[in-house]
Design a protein around this ligand. Structure first.
Ligand SMILES: [Fe+2]
Length: 222
């Protein structure tokens, strides 16, 4: 469907007006002495809101992977369980951010959760090396999430910086290391050995997850 220049301009005006209204709302909240809002601006609020979206998107993506690897024609329960756990973890990251926005007196508008384009279509039943593809995608996604978190750091909001650095950045480094290790371990199997290698990898992963080992121990096991 062709979209005219005039209609594009109308949409642009609507978005600008909407942005001004939303920013105005936050400014009003922060200027209200009875509100908890202190040294917290609309730029930080927008970045945190966008991060909530990314965490929920990652959770949704990992949930779809968990389902995929749990299918009887794929049957890799270790990888399925791993992504199920990661999905819940990403959801908890989003919850934590939402709680923080409330603590700072900010506002959040919930939007549709779209499937991540980076991953969509990459891992399918018709492709071999499902596990390797999934971990490669997850690694790429976590790097994007890390970059986004680093972008939240504000020049003069020390509390926000402390929150992001302490509760998010360290964990991102650990997650990226683990995913990178998994990618490398699966890459080591040649094409004719890959299916057996992935089966053994999956069994070991399931075992360590069942024993409730934390991520650090899981990395050390291999
Ligand atoms: Fe996360």
């Amino acid at each position: 469907m062709a979209v005219s220049y005039a209609s594009c301009r109308t949409y642009a005006v609507v978005f600008v007006v909407l942005g001004v209204v939303l920013r105005g709302t936050l400014a009003e909240i922060c200027s209200d002495a009875t509100n908890v809002c202190h040294n917290y601006d609309s730029v930080s609020n927008d970045k945190l809101q966008s991060q909530v979206q990314k965490e929920l998107q990652a959770s949704y993506m990992y949930q779809s992977y968990s389902y995929f690897f749990g299918r009887s024609d794929i049957a890799l329960p270790g990888i399925s369980k791993f992504f199920a756990r990661e999905s819940l973890e990403e959801r908890s990251h989003a919850d934590n951010l939402i709680e923080y926005i409330n603590k700072r007196g900010g506002r959040i508008a919930f939007k549709d959760i779209k499937i991540c384009k980076l991953i969509s279509g990459n891992v399918t039943a018709t492709k071999l090396k499902h596990g390797l593809l999934a971990f490669q995608d997850a690694l790429a996604l976590e790097k994007i999430v890390s970059q986004s978190l680093e972008g939240i750091i504000a020049e003069d909001d020390f509390q926000l910086n402390h929150f992001i650095e302490n509760e998010y950045l360290d964990e991102q480094v650990d997650t990226i290391k683990i995913l990178g290790d998994y990618v490398r371990q699966l890459e080591m199997f040649s094409d004719d050995q890959y299916t057996l290698g992935q089966y053994i990898f999956d069994k070991n992963l399931l075992k360590s997850l069942k024993h409730g080992k934390d991520k650090e121990d899981m990395t050390k096991q291999y």
